[in-house]
Design a protein around this ligand. Structure first.
Ligand SMILES: Cc1cc2nc3c(=O)[nH]c(=O)nc-3n(C[C@H](O)[C@H](O)[C@H](O)COP(=O)(O)OP(=O)(O)OC[C@H]3O[C@@H](n4cnc5c(N)ncnc54)[C@H](O)[C@@H]3O)c2cc1C
Length: 428
């Protein structure tokens, strides 16, 4: 029987996790495994966030230099079990180099991954609310009061500690703490898979001329087929995957998200109609489309500590590391394309505890792509394996703080480290 609101009492101390993307999944599971009562809130009908509704089921990177594992814990447990169920084998990580790094992300079946997560939520007795949106957070003397909006209307839950895993820092914002919102953010992408044509037989010259005419008439825009400038065959070469770009919209709130979804689907419609008219694309089909436009960047918290690009590149030794990270910084720029900064060989960046704590807050944590980091560092930290690792760390931190009757900031670090390592988190 699914775990529902009805079969739980409110007596134990509670961690409430908002957002069940990869960060929220790991935060909730770890909080429950570390002994807390846990509530998980998700606005969609499925967990996974960008991994499922965003159509980006390709978590990376769990292994780094010389094939050594850098991220373990719950994230790796979920990926490994999904692969086992699907009888898939992971890539040979020993073949990793700085040039071929993206081959070492791991395609997972999103249906199996999310069903597995649901099973684990039940096993840990996590109270899950799908189709439920955060409406309001208020800090009282001893706890948080959280108003939620379900299909039957508004209802409330209380919790000692909140973990914001919304990808957009919605809870931190509602609680009144500062956010860092970039003036220009990385483009969104509608993940699609196209079929019905041969990507090896693209007549570049004919298409380029047709594009010139259609662009002049306003029927196609550059970012529909690639980046923000000029004709590109990127969309066609990749059969759509991760190739269209929706520029200049920040999808951090409902208004921005609405704009992004509409602009994204209009972009796909333009690309489809344009291509369908071209020779060789008569049978073009969009076989699959993510249910939401994927958001690379919207807002990050202003934390007690902030990871900068230089911290990331140099593998800064933080006094209280809670997770490792591994991915080149790759900022998608609307006009320049990918701005990439490699991690020097042998370096493994880490994340400090303070990057999960909104500055000045009590009993509030953040995890996933919203952790405190500058734009460039965030372009490496936003990757799914790292989001899973920061989620797990936030879950442990929340549960242990309640157990030891202190705030997440004041919990003695050795206790956190011991708990994380007991749960297979890899730390320097
Ligand atoms: C196009 C694209 C390609 C990418 N490619 C890769 C890749 O190949 N490999 C990789 O590892 N990473 C990739 N990434 C990055 C990665 O997928 C994301 O950064 C990561 O999944 C973010 O995880 P998260 O849990 O922090 O947030 P999200 O995935 O955004 O999850 C947030 C969850 O919170 C829910 N939520 C939000 N607001 C509320 C609210 N107010 N109330 C209730 N619920 C709420 C959402 O519905 C969602 O389920 C890509 C990202 C994009 C956009």
């Amino acid at each position: 029987m699914p775990t529902t609101a009805r079969n739980h009492s409110q007596k134990k101390k509670t961690v409430l996790v908002i957002g069940a993307g990869v960060a929220g999944i790991c935060a909730a599971l770890q909080a429950a495994r570390s002994g807390a009562k846990c509530i998980l809130i998700e606005k969609n009908g499925i967990c996974g966030g960008t991994l499922s509704v965003g159509g980006v089921a390709c978590p990376g990177l769990f292994f780094g230099w010389e094939g050594k594992q850098v991220i373990g814990g719950i994230g790796w447990e979920l990926v490994e079990e999904t692969l086992q169920i699907c009888r898939q084998t992971p890539p040979d990580f020993r073949r990793f180099t700085a040039e071929n790094f993206w081959h070492f992300q791991i395609p997972v079946n999103p249906v199996i991954f999310t069903a597995l997560c649901d099973r684990k939520f039940q096993e840990c007795d996590i109270e899950v609310f799908y189709h439920t949106m955060l409406a309001k957070v208020q800090q009282k003397a001893q706890h948080w009061e959280v108003s939620l909006c379900g299909k039957d209307g508004l209802f409330k839950r209380t919790a000692e500690i909140l973990i914001d895993c919304t990808g957009d820092a919605n809870a931190v914002h509602q609680a009144g703490f500062s956010l860092s919102i970039p003036e220009e953010c990385q483009p969104g992408t509608y993940s699609v898979r196209c079929s019905g044509y041969d990507p090896k037989k693209i007549d570049r010259d004919a298409l380029s001329e047709a594009y010139r005419i259609a662009a002049g008439e306003g029927r196609i825009k550059p970012a529909d087929l690639g980046w923000g400038e000029g004709f590109s065959t990127l969309f066609l070469e990749r059969c759509g995957e991760n190739a269209n770009h929706i520029n200049d919209i920040n999808g951090g709130d409902s208004a921005g998200k609405t704009q992004l979804e509409i602009a994204g689907r209009q972009s796909l419609l333009r690309a489809y109609c344009f291509l369908k008219e071209q020779r060789g694309f008569e049978n073009l089909d969009i076989r699959y489309c993510g249910m939401e436009c994927g958001v690379r960047e919207s807002r990050t918290i202003v934390g007690e500590e902030q990871v900068t690009a230089e911290d990331y590149r140099s593998g800064k030794h933080w006094a209280e590391p809670i997770a490792q990270a591994f991915y080149p910084m790759d900022l998608h720029d609307a006009r320049k394309g990918i701005v990439k900064i490699d991690i020097p060989e042998g370096i493994v960046p880490t994340v400090p505890r303070g990057a999960l704590i909104p500055r000045g807050s009590q009993n509030l944590l953040a995890a996933g792509r919203i952790i405190a980091s500058d734009r460039m560092a965030n372009s490496g930290l936003r990757i799914q394996a790292v989001c899973m690792a920061t989620g797990q760390a936030a879950g442990a931190l929340a549960a242990l703080s309640m157990k030891h009757d202190c705030t997440p900031r004041d919990l003695p670090y050795p206790l956190l480290r011991e708990e994380l390592q007991k749960n297979k988190v890899i730390l320097p």
